[in-house]
Design a binder for this molecule. Structure first.
Ligand code: FES
Length: 150
């Protein structure tokens, strides 16, 4: 991903804004584990993922990328979480730097315009469908039957 792509992603993420009444108000936080190791147990893959995601998403302010040390999904590196104060929390594993970064950029764009940040399945890249570890609804979405928003 070159600088021009990162600038465009940053501009896109800053401009999408709130497209639906129940979309997250932001900021959106992308947490990238920087201590994940590859299956060989020696190669640390987290920092590359963090740098790639940070460069791709840019610095719109509306979306923030931060490093974290362990998301407790250590057997499925690299791992990333996407959340916001009033939107769903998603946790992904098994991400490769290039394909994972591209998928996350697309996912975050969908997240910020989706009700409660619940990105529709059809808008999730295959690597995120396969790499899904968890999705947790926000406090403001707590119906008695536990259903997801439609
Ligand atoms: S070291 Fe990355 S999830 Fe634990």
């Amino acid at each position: 991903m070159d600088r021009e792509d990162a600038d465009q992603n940053s501009a896109d993420l800053a401009l999408i804004g709130v497209a639906r009444a129940n979309a997250p108000t932001g900021p959106i936080l992308v947490s990238v584990c920087i201590t994940c190791k590859a299956a060989d147990g020696a190669t640390v893959v987290g920092p590359d993922m963090f740098e790639s995601v940070k460069a791709a998403i840019g610095t719109s302010g509306y979306v923030q990328v931060r490093p974290v040390q362990c998301l407790s999904v250590c057997k499925r590196p690299a791992t990333v979480a996407v959340t916001s104060v009033d939107g769903y929390t998603f946790l992904f594993g098994d991400l490769q730097t290039d394909s994972g970064t591209a998928a996350l950029v697309s996912f975050v764009k969908s997240y910020q315009k989706s009700d409660y940040g619940l990105v529709p399945w059809r808008e999730r890249a295959d690597v995120l469908r396969k790499g899904m570890v968890a999705r947790v609804p926000p406090m403001r979405w707590s119906p008695d039957d536990g259903s997801a928003p439609k």
